[in-house]
Design a binder for this molecule. Structure first.
Ligand SMILES: Nc1ncnc2c1ncn2[C@@H]1O[C@H](COP(=O)(O)OP(=O)(O)OP(=O)(O)O)[C@@H](O)[C@H]1O
Length: 299
């Protein structure tokens, strides 16, 4: 289990991580989702002791990374697949990790097989690897010590759809055996496909956290009416919040039965009434992404 408690990181005038708290549970794949610059990498770097927090703590199974006696046996880490030594072969990189952690030599071949790097690929220098191959090698390095916890920053970058499916199955199996997985992505779809739980971060702050199924189903109701303005007024009069979706509908947090009752009482004819599956999470994420891009354009 990973526990992040009140974590903040300030770089000069930038509050990169702002009072972030969440847990990543054993047996679950937790997706850490946020647009570029949201604070994911900084949070993960703090978890593994590469960056010092301004305040707050991050612990793995109750201990700080620096206090773990043989960290690679407890936490598998992949922060930047391109940071591997370009002049070494894949097998050499895994052999170094195997020796450093005091593991049996057989682990190297086991890991090459687990991540589907062929014997030919294993003898090539990493400098010649595609990004997808580097990700596979990085995941092999993270897994070699048979740790209980995995921390992976954007591991799906550079993987093709088949590669993403492969990774999902690998992480699923790992979590089903009791492992804790925290993986980051700036793509909602990737997280939706892979994760059980989602922690969404924007501008350094957690904006949403929960089981994926709950987040996707807590999305409210989409409703259309012949007279949309009258329906919006009626919902507001009932103390409900209704927002225009931009394509001629309203989205409200009220359930469909309540929206139907309001419409009936107000004499408004509905043309559509349905649960807004997934839309809440997606809209929230799109909003975060667009504000980040607008700020990027201003900068
Ligand atoms: N070493 C640093 N010095 C100054 N500012 C930094 C440093 N590292 C990160 N930042 C800033 O902190 C904020 C969060 O960056 P971070 O890399 O954690 O985001 P991210 O969510 O991982 O984004 P990305 O997906 O683009 O890597 C950004 O505004 C970034 O510019």
């Amino acid at each position: 289990m990973i526990t992040v408690d009140g974590l903040s990181k300030r770089y000069g005038g930038t509050l990169a991580v702002d009072d972030v708290s969440f847990t990543a549970a054993a047996g679950r794949v937790t997706g850490f989702l946020g647009p570029n610059g949201a604070g994911k990498s900084t949070t993960m770097r703090i978890m593994v002791g590469l960056t010092r927090a301004t305040s707050g703590t991050a612990t793995i199974a109750g201990r700080k990374f620096a206090d773990l006696p043989n960290p690679g046996r407890e936490v598998g880490v992949l922060l930047d697949a391109s940071a591997q030594h370009a002049g070494r072969t894949g097998r050499e990189i895994l052999t170094l990790a195997q020796r450093l952690m005091g593991l049996p030599r057989t682990r190297v071949e086991e890991m090459l097989t687990a991540v589907s790097l062929t014997p030919d690929e294993a003898t090539r220098r990493v400098g010649e690897y595609s990004l997808g191959m580097r990700q596979r090698l990085g995941i092999a390095t993270a897994l070699i010590g048979d740790p209980d916890v995995l921390i992976l920053d954007e591991p799906a970058n550079g993987l093709d759809p088949a590669g993403i499916r492969w990774m999902r199955d690998l992480l699923r199996g790992y979590a089903d055996r009791g492992g804790t997985v925290l993986l980051s992505s700036h793509l909602l779809h990737e997280i939706e496909v892979i994760a059980d739980d989602i922690v969404m971060i924007g501008h350094g702050r957690i904006v949403s956290h929960g089981a994926k199924t709950e987040l996707l189903h807590a999305a409210g109701t989409i409703v259309r009416a012949v007279d949309l303005a009258r329906l919006e007024q009626a919902l507001t009069d009932w103390g409900l919040t209704a927002n225009a979706t931009g394509d001629g509908a309203l989205r409200t947090d009220a359930d469909a039965a309540l929206v139907g009752t309001v419409a009936l009482e107000s004499g408004v004819a509905l043309t559509e009434l349905r649960a807004a599956e997934g839309a809440g999470l997606e809209e929230m994420f799109l909003e975060l992404t667009s504000t980040t891009q607008r700020e990027g354009a201003r900068a």
